[in-house]
Design a protein around this ligand. Structure first.
Ligand code: GRF
Length: 190
């Protein structure tokens, strides 16, 4: 039995964080056990802190407002990930732009609420909803220095027809919570 350790980084609600913990923490797949060995947030008020505690996990809080620049913040976050001997870092609504200090040292995966390469960057969900495309979806991808541009791990899509914005958002959330644990398994176990 081998062990793979993941870190989950989040900034807000923590819906993906919870879905990942539920699906993966201390679960075994084909002789490999996955452990959420680190949860970390930049936001002391993130709701995800409460969600992690439900599972007995205590997030490390590294408040980015206490650092003079992105590089210093990324150095401390990177050191924490390295100290926990993490195999894969999972960005789950981690709302920080990462510098090469992070991206060049840390193997990480991200989830984005659009079918990349469409709608990179901010307001992806809104822009995807407003577009005249008939389908929408979510993408998991490896993290590189260039925003939302690393190798695509997986995608899932659905028809937008008949969905108002609230129903669309709910569909994105539901799709993310199903896709993300599977993508983490794909990266870690294959
Ligand atoms: C998700 O929609 C994700 O795609 C984006 O940020 C949101 C985070 O939501 N990167 P939550 O905190 O996981 O609920």
């Amino acid at each position: 039995m081998s062990l793979k350790k993941i870190a989950i980084l989040f900034s807000g609600e923590g819906g993906n964080l919870e879905a990942l913990i539920r699906a993966l923490h201390k679960k075994s797949f084909d002789g490999t056990t996955i452990e959420v060995a680190l949860t970390l947030t930049n936001n002391p008020l993130a709701n995800g802190i409460k969600r992690a505690r439900k599972f007995g996990l205590e997030p490390i809080v590294i408040d980015h407002t206490l650092f003079p620049d992105r590089e210093t913040f990324d150095t401390v976050v990177t050191e924490s990930i390295r100290a926990h001997e993490i195999d894969l870092t999972v960005l789950a609504g981690f709302m920080r732009i990462l510098t090469p200090i992070f991206t060049e040292q840390i193997r990480a995966i991200n989830i984005h609420p659009s079918l990349l390469p469409l709608f990179k960057g901010a307001r992806a969900l809104e822009r995807s909803f407003e577009s005249d495309m008939k389908v929408a979806g979510v993408t998991t991808h490896m993290v590189t220095t260039e925003l939302d541009s690393g190798e695509i791990v997986d995608q899932a899509c659905f028809s937008k027809e008949g969905l108002d914005f609230e129903a669309f958002k709910a569909k994105i959330t539901q799709t993310e919570h199903t896709l993300y644990p599977e993508s983490v398994k794909k990266v870690l176990l294959t």
